[in-house]
Write a protein that binds this ligand. Structure first.
Ligand SMILES: Nc1ncnc2c1ncn2[C@@H]1O[C@H](COP(=O)(O)OP(=O)(O)O)[C@@H](O)[C@H]1O
Ligand SMILES: N[C@@H](CCOP(=O)(O)O)C(=O)O
Length: 332
């Protein structure tokens, strides 16, 4: 993740001690990610080395954060592999660092799989379905803050920075999504807490199995189908080269059949999946445009390419041209 807030060692050490996680020995800024400030935190407790992640929240408020942190706790205590937030002696899981809201969560083992196989996609599909079912008992409610109202607000903000063809595509897709959102089929879709950003870099694998999924700070109550679509758009597409953004049908099938092995899709979900894949592409095209053209100060920051999600969106329009290059020609 980017480092927007420099955390003094002594302040982190005091927090780690207060959380009964031992004596801080190392604090290391993490470069991946884009939303929050993250540090790997190593401490010594009872002669053991323990590792956590300290997140300082840059945009989310202390009112919004309990939803995410308690959702992670709920999922972790119901057997879903997600980082559990550390509590102080009063049971509080939301803390303050440098005057900003902060949390300390378990560090997951393993590494992200950026070139997933069908087996990786199936593992994530099955996990997502379990996560959706376990989320049904979670009582807190907060909408997906990067949903349709945010798209409607943000499109006019980015329009001055893009060319006419991009603006036309963005406007027409937004109009289409507003139309879909008013349909009775859409309003009847099953919904609940969703991750909403379960990209390849937000899951860890160890020895071929998922060791956990993390980064729940875009989670919210929305349709389960949108969550599936976000995953398909990242896990099951080609990355780079002339066919960037084109779907990989074998990976999509592996993901969906594993998901359906846990929770079968309803007929309406099947019908609306293409529309939700367009919605997922629009959402991340828009946030990447926003991050690129309206950036914040950061000590370490890697911007994401908006063009990729413009291509993902184009590849999902009904009259999308067929891929121009053979799969073998694809760069990783
Ligand atoms: N709980 C965790 N366990 C292991 N690694 C983590 C954890 N949380 C974050 N990371 C590491 O930090 C990186 C950035 O975190 P991320 O949550 O994606 O940042 P952001 O807050 O910007 O969304 C990840 O790619 C991963 O390498
Ligand atoms: N997954 C999003 C970026 C969101 O940032 P993250 O680091 O919190 O996942 C994208 O790829 O645009």
């Amino acid at each position: 993740m980017a480092v927007y807030t420099e955390v003094p060692f002594a302040e982190a050490a005091a927090l780690i001690e207060r959380l009964n996680l031992g004596t801080l020995t190392e604090l290391r800024g993490i470069q991946g990610g884009i939303e929050n400030t993250n540090y790997f935190v190593t401490s010594e407790r009872d002669g053991q080395t323990v590792e956590h992640v300290l997140t300082v929240f840059e945009r989310l408020s202390a009112e919004q954060l309990p939803f995410y942190l308690h959702l992670m706790k709920h999922l972790a205590t119901h057997g879903i592999p997600v980082p559990e937030p550390a509590a102080d002696a009063q049971g509080e899981i939301l803390h303050r660092v440098q005057g900003k809201p902060a949390a300390v969560v378990d560090k997951l083992r393993g590494a992200s799989e950026l070139t997933p196989t069908a087996a990786h996609c199936a593992a994530v599909g099955a996990l997502l379905a379990r996560l959706h079912l376990v989320g049904r008992d979670f009582e807190r409610r907060q909408p997906n803050l990067r949903g349709l109202p945010w798209w409607n607000e943000t499109v006019p903000v980015v329009l001055p920075f893009i060319d006419d063809a991009q603006a036309a595509l963005l406007r027409s897709e937004l109009a289409y999504q507003n139309h879909v959102a008013q349909s009775s089929a859409y309003l009847a879709l099953p919904r609940g807490p969703i991750h909403a950003d379960l990209f390849r870099d937000n899951a860890m694998f160890e020895d071929g199995a998922v060791s956990g999924v993390f980064d729940f700070y875009f989670a919210g109550v929305d349709t389960w189908l949108f969550d599936i679509a976000v995953c398909l758009n990242d896990w099951c597409v080609r990355h780079g080269g002339d066919t960037d953004g084109q779907p990989e049908p074998a990976l999509e099938q592996a993901f969906l059949s594993a998901y359906e092995g846990v929770r079968p899709l309803t007929p309406a979900e099947r019908r609306l999946l293409p529309a939700m894949q367009r919605a997922g592409a629009l959402r991340f095209w828009l946030s990447r445009l926003w991050d690129l053209h309206l950036p914040r100060e950061a000590a370490m920051l890697q911007a994401h390419d908006p063009g990729h999600f413009q291509r993902v969106l184009r590849a999902r329009l009904p009259n999308a041209p067929a891929p121009s290059a053979a799969p073998e020609a694809m760069a990783a």
